[in-house]
Design a protein around this ligand. Structure first.
Ligand code: SAH
Length: 234
């Protein structure tokens, strides 16, 4: 009994997690196999990132037991962290490389930004709710993600100073594709965005070629709305 207890105690992380580290690693493995690979995502870099990023650190301590479950979770201020499959699907759809410079709109918990940070050269992410953005910025710094920059502001306007971006990922839903984001997308670049039409959202992939945008709807989804500083929906 005593050796077992010692083994258990030594596997508990130093950061106050409620469960041993190996417990969460096993949960992540199960999540990747059953929710992501089983649904047809084969991109090896995305699968590796999903196996690596510790999703339970991005949710409320009371929700950690649910962190690897097959659904979104509340992160406060009426916002949610997306279902793991959607994070993987959107990450794969962007076809990133280690040279990619990516803009994310809707930092939320910072989880998607961490996944992108594993895949890309640099991540620029914009969050409109200041306390959420600040919390995510701190967590990403503590976790050692030096290639992520978080801005508090209205992501409808993008982040002009660092444009153009090879890829843009929007994780809140507007009724149309914001013109500033189209302008900040590089030639040959890809954007994925949940566009709302009369209460039905579709994930849309846009590709910019010779200044023209091709547009393809890829998946029905449900994201929180994109809002402006007055809390009005775009
Ligand atoms: N990608 C996040 C989940 C996003 S939830 C994660 O991994 O946790 C959507 C987020 O978009 C919310 O945090 C919401 O506050 C934010 N949001 C809504 N409208 C926005 C806007 N105009 N600009 C930036 N962020 C916005």
């Amino acid at each position: 009994m005593l050796p077992l207890l010692i083994i258990l105690l030594t596997t508990v992380s130093c950061c106050g997690d409620a469960q041993p580290v190996d417990y969460y690693r096993a949960q992540r493995e199960k999540m990747v196999k059953q929710q992501i690979e089983a649904r047809g995502i084969t991109d090896k870099r995305v699968l590796a990132a999903m196996r690596k990023v510790e999703r339970h650190l991005f949710v409320d301590p009371l929700q950690q037991g649910e962190a690897y479950a097959d659904h979104p979770l509340p992160i406060g201020y009426g916002q949610t962290i997306s279902q793991p499959y959607i994070v993987a699907f959107m990450s794969a759809a962007l076809k990133t490389t280690p040279e990619t410079r990516v803009l994310e709109i809707g930092t939320g918990s910072g989880y998607q930004a961490a996944v992108l940070a594993e895949l890309c050269d640099s991540v620029f992410t914009v969050e409109i709710i200041a306390p959420l953005g600040e919390k995510a910025r701190n967590l990403l710094r503590v976790l050692g993600y030096t290639n992520v920059r978080v801005k508090i502001g209205d992501g409808y306007q993008g982040w002009k100073e660092h444009a153009p971006y090879h890829t843009i990922m929007v994780t809140c839903s507007p009724s149309h594709v914001p013109q500033p984001l189209i302008e900040q997308l590089a030639e040959g670049g890809r954007m994925i965005i949940p566009v709302d039409s009369h209460g039905y959202q579709q994930l849309v992939v846009l590709v910019k070629k010779q200044g023209h945008l091709s547009r393809q709807s890829v998946l029905p989804v449900r994201f929180v709305p994109m809002i402006n500083a007055e809390n009005r929906e775009y």
